[in-house]
Design a protein around this ligand. Structure first.
Ligand SMILES: *Cc1c(COP(=O)(O)O)cnc(C)c1O
Length: 414
């Protein structure tokens, strides 16, 4: 167990979290090497009997140290911007093992990806296909492409993270895809690699994947089924990487054995490896409603405010002698939606530290500086060793790029 209590003290691997907080300050993200390795191995062993490539979805967590670690293990990457591609290259990732997703790739991003020999563009519209063709022609090369299909299947997720129904902006319809494949086949500057889909970022059942797979019957080099495998934020039942891998392979049986499988896990790979630890600044009670006001909020962890996501919250030091009360755990930001959890049974007092679990994905990567709050630190833990992988931002960073009205920069020395 990477996160466990010993004598009422929370440990991450072999280090007491309290001592890490004293060293690195609050709030802070921590990532467990053991959990990340275990998830990586689970995916690779699940797919080991089938030709495959795992393209980690960088947007889940784009810290360079984590990307570098995954690149070393042989991961490819799913990027959704030129910035993410630049991160992958900076972290020694291999661009030829990258797929480039996203509905709005701009010309500069397309050119940069072509120049870096991107593995494949996942194309999301006719106009984008034409733009990629034009840029490849200008560079005198061929662009590798796959079409991202919007299978018009509702995977029963939160409306903001549903991506596989026709009212969602993602992908092209199955009807249009055939015409676009024909167009691509005729172009000297486009090379058809595969087909892609992505059914929604928090699927907890496998069947939508299988329906989408069954719908495909074009001869291709790869089939990219995207990400979207969930994790159990609250003891929900979700498929393991093993069950997920086996179900896909079963569906692929009987197809062209040269058809390579690409998966793009983000959350399922890194989500459970991360925690956010935050300090209780104040407790207060309005009439009979209890609040724990903590030093992290929607700027550090946006999911509760954005998706009404529920993530488990616990104490870093268990204090069974304190009265148990139901608290809304809220941040210091001036927005009513700024909370980390509601109605949580906790035994706490001011100055305690709280842990929010399953923060490895869409935690730090969605953080902001709203309310002029410098972004917090990130720390990697391996056994008894901890490594700072992102410094807490110095306050001046918040306005460093802002200019005076005469065009001069702010003098950082005052
Ligand atoms: C976000 C995204 C993923 C990763 O989704 P998870 O739910 O984190 O697995 C994969 N592929 C694409 C195209 C995405 O946009």
């Amino acid at each position: 167990m990477a996160f466990s209590y010993q004598e009422n003290q929370l440990y991450i691997e072999d280090i007491p979290v309290l001592s890490l907080m004293q060293q690195y300050g609050s709030p802070c993200y921590f990532y467990s090497n053991a959990v990340l390795q275990q998830r990586w191995v689970a995916f690779t062993t699940a797919l080991q009997d089938y030709p495959h490539q795992i393209c980690y979805a960088v947007k889940a967590n784009s810290n360079l140290a984590l990307l570098r670690l995954l690149a070393k293990q042989g991961a490819g990457f799913d990027v959704v911007s030129g910035g993410e591609l630049a991160r992958v290259i900076t972290a020694s990732g291999d661009p030829t093992r990258c797929v480039f997703s996203g509905v709005g790739k701009c010309i500069a991003e397309i050119r940069a990806a072509l120049q870096a020999s991107i593995g494949c563009f996942n194309v999301e519209s006719r106009e984008e296909l034409q733009q990629i063709e034009a840029q490849a022609a200008a560079l005198g090369i061929q662009a590798p492409i796959a079409l991202r299909i919007n299978p018009n299947i509702d995977a029963n997720t939160h409306p903001y993270i549903t991506t596989g129904i026709k009212t969602s902006k993602f992908g092209v319809s199955e009807q249009e895809a055939c015409a676009l494949y024909r167009l691509a086949a005729q172009s000297p500057h486009l090379k058809i690699e595969g087909i892609a889909c992505h059914l929604g970022s928090q699927l907890t059942t496998l069947s939508p994947f299988l329906e989408a797979l069954a719908a495909e019957s074009i001869h291709l080099k790869h089939i990219d089924i995207g990400g979207g495998l969930g994790i159990a934020y609250n003891q929900e039942s979700v498929p393991t990487p093993q069950a997920y891998g086996q179900a896909i392979i079963k569906k692929l049986a009987g197809r062209d054995p040269a058809l390579r499988l690409i998966i793009e896990p983000g959350r399922a790979l890194i989500g459970q490896a991360g925690i956010l630890v935050t300090r209780v600044e104040y407790l207060k009670t309005n009439l009979d409603h209890h609040f724990a006001i903590v030093d992290a909020g929607m700027t550090e962890l946006l999911r509760p405010a954005l998706y009404q996501a529920e993530q488990r919250i616990g104490s870093v030091i268990q204090k069974p002698y304190l009265p148990e009360k139901k608290y809304d755990v809220v941040g210091p930001i001036c927005e009513s939606s700024d909370f980390l959890g509601k109605n949580r049974l906790l035994q706490i007092e001011g100055g305690d530290y709280l842990v929010v679990y399953d923060c490895g994905a869409y935690g730090f990567s969605m953080s902001s500086q709203y309310n002029t709050r410098p972004r917090c630190a990130e720390v990697f833990v391996q056994g008894k060793q901890s490594t700072l992988i992102r410094r807490r931002e110095p306050l001046e960073r918040s306005w460093m790029d802002e200019l005076q009205q005469d065009g001069s920069v702010v003098d950082l020395d005052g």
